[in-house]
Design a protein. Structure first.
Length: 435
């Protein structure tokens, strides 16, 4: 009978981590073999953490079948929908050495919803414990670029990241390795600084696999939250991504001015074959927080990114496969930014949000050029901006309510379907359950 109950007892010991560990161990009779086995099992899983969250939501769009960055495109005949935006479980395990210092961390995260089951994180991290300064990570994890890309979807106040973040860093994650400088000593002069240098495949987790030998090098230098006074906190960072994609054809497309007309031009030199197309991003971000005497906070966030992106004729996202034939890669200069204003009202459980972001996938052209005779510009070159208004209520530590309206603006062009502002605004009502 006892052996039949052993698995249940083990599960209880693993999942009761929130209860004081000493109290649990006192309940185990270590004078018996079964008790000693349970104690060893508890010690083994003492540093195992299981958490997650689900985000069911209801959305209303400005018109049917819109393309959207507020949780994905709507189906052709749909302008309102219930959906599970995210439903994630994360498992973390940390092994401590005999001197109670962390030596290894392992993480797994999965997302399951009505559309698919996907793996989000699978990585291991080794800690250096002499200077308590370095860590090495390898596997599938978020690129250490910028602020919003690395802000968890469970903590972020707006339902989605900005269009710029979603386009340049789709799914946020990639396969690679990273060296981190992050002091774990309170008396270290570097305790307010965090630096990462990483190498990735470059295509992200949306590609079926790595399709060329080009790699992305990503670097990030951040000032961790620093108290400028008793009520003011400042954090900031700078990031760079230096990568490329293999030219599988001799055709390379870019934006040029010919006879006073801006248009897409092609370089078809045979030397282009097996060359590389650049992906270079440069970004800076800052977060400013002010806390009143009543304990309410006002927070400002901003991030700007500019650079050169390699995409396709139809999209400025990083391609998930090599192109062939006369298609060729399209090289564009881009910029984008976002701004958050967060204000707690009444008490710390209520917060209002104002957010503005833009993404211009091709800074060398303007709205009137797109769709003009002979220009060959597609909708992938249109600049978008979004003004968002939100209200967040933290009902409990485990439940969050988000009401958010995204007012989306696009450039007016000469391209069919984009001669005026498209009715693609989205209202989102979300409940988040977290454990």
């Amino acid at each position: 009978m006892l052996r039949k109950k052993l698995p249940l007892l083990a599960v209880l010991l693993v999942f009761c981590h929130a209860v004081q560990a000493q109290y649990l161990m006192d309940m185990v009779d270590t004078s018996k073999e079964t008790g000693r086995g349970l104690l060893n099992l508890y010690k083994k899983f003492d540093h195992l953490k299981i958490g997650g969250y689900i985000q069911p939501q209801f959305q209303v769009a400005g018109s049917k079948g819109i393309k959207s960055f507020e949780g994905g495109d709507f189906s052709a005949k749909v302008s309102n929908r219930f959906m599970l935006r995210r439903s994630r479980v994360r498992i973390d395990y940390v092994h401590f050495s005999e001197n109670k210092k962390p030596s290894v961390q392992i993480a797994f995260q999965f997302d399951a919803n009505e559309r698919a089951f996907t793996v989000r994180d699978v990585w291991g991290r080794i800690f250096e414990n002499n200077a308590k300064l370095f860590a090495f990570t390898m596997g599938m994890f978020a690129r250490p670029f910028g602020y919003e890309v690395n802000l968890s979807s469970s903590d972020r106040e707006s339902p989605e990241r900005g269009r710029m973040s979603q386009t340049l860093m789709k799914s946020e994650r990639d396969l690679g390795a990273m060296l981190t400088l992050d002091s774990r000593r309170k008396d270290n002069l570097l305790k307010y600084v965090k630096a990462d240098i990483a190498v990735f495949n470059g295509q992200g987790i949306n590609a079926a696999g790595d399709f060329d030998n080009s790699k992305d090098v990503v670097g990030n230098l951040a000032l961790k939250p620093y108290h400028l006074g008793s009520h003011v906190t400042l954090a900031a960072g700078a990031s760079v991504l230096y990568g490329s994609l293999l030219q599988n054809t001799k055709y390379v497309y870019s934006t040029s001015t010919v006879a006073g007309i801006k248009k897409v031009t092609v370089d078809s030199s045979a030397d282009n074959l097996d060359g590389i197309s650049p992906r270079h991003y440069y970004g800076a971000n800052a977060q400013f927080k002010y806390k009143t005497k009543k304990g309410l906070t006002t927070e400002l966030r901003a991030e700007f990114i500019a650079g050169t992106q390699t995409g396709t004729a139809a999209s400025s996202e990083t391609p998930a496969a090599l192109v062939s034939g006369a298609d060729g890669f399209h090289i564009r200069h881009f910029n984008g930014a976002y701004f958050y204003l967060l204000q707690q009202v009444f008490n710390t459980k209520n917060q209002v949000l104002l957010k503005y972001d833009w993404y211009d996938p091709n800074t060398k052209t303007a709205g009137n050029d797109i769709g003009a005779a002979g220009s060959n510009f597609t909708a992938a070159n249109i600049k978008y901006s979004t003004l968002g208004f939100g209200y967040i209520n933290y009902l409990t530590e485990n439940i969050k309510v988000v009401l958010y309206y995204a007012r989306v603006f696009n450039e007016k062009t000469q391209l069919t379907g984009f001669t005026s502002d498209v009715k693609d605004d989205v209202f989102t009502c979300r409940l988040q359950f977290r454990f």
